[in-house]
Design a protein around this ligand. Structure first.
Ligand code: FES
Length: 157
């Protein structure tokens, strides 16, 4: 099944020159990350060394080589957020999710990342869950945000 999905993506690029980054973007959209087999297939398809495909995939921060959570939690660690307690916020999220920054929960519900300034310094500290921005976050608010998000997921079931 995954093989068919990958072949479908590659077929779009048949006969076209280049396209490595575009293919990787499409693969990540489809699978949520870049599976090892997809990198190998892509290398073969483009007649490139696997090492070249791998180095492009690891160069760009927006490409993931491991499966990510359904939801991405990001905690800003820029200067304004830092001076307003972003480190505590990040630790609270880590504790709450039971993972460290850069990791994904065992159930693949959440991945956690730190980010630099997201441009809302006046409302620091900032935390994002997917595209939803949470401002003036406190440790108590973190618990509420994650609890609300989990409740929202249950409602969808
Ligand atoms: S430093 Fe966090 S939004 Fe600017």
């Amino acid at each position: 099944m995954a093989e068919e999905r990958l072949k479908k993506i590659l077929s779009v690029f048949e006969g076209k020159k280049g396209g490595l980054i575009s293919i990787l973007q499409r693969v990540q959209e489809e699978f949520g990350y870049l599976p090892q087999e997809a990198l190998a297939e892509t290398a073969e398809f483009l007649r490139l060394p696997l090492s070249q495909v791998f180095s492009v995939a690891t160069f760009y921060a927006h490409f993931y080589l491991t499966r990510q959570g359904d939801h991405l939690v990001r905690v800003c660690q820029g200067t304004a957020c830092h001076v307003r307690g972003a480190r505590d916020i990040l630790e609270t999220v880590e504790h709450r999710l039971g993972i460290r920054t850069g990791q994904t929960t065992e159930d693949y519900k959440y991945s956690l990342e730190r980010v630099a300034c997201v441009g809302s310094c006046a409302l620091a500290p900032i935390m994002l869950v997917d595209d939803t921005i949470h401002v003036q976050v406190t440790s108590n608010k973190v618990r509420q945000i994650l609890a609300d998000d989990q409740d929202a997921q249950k409602d969808k079931i």
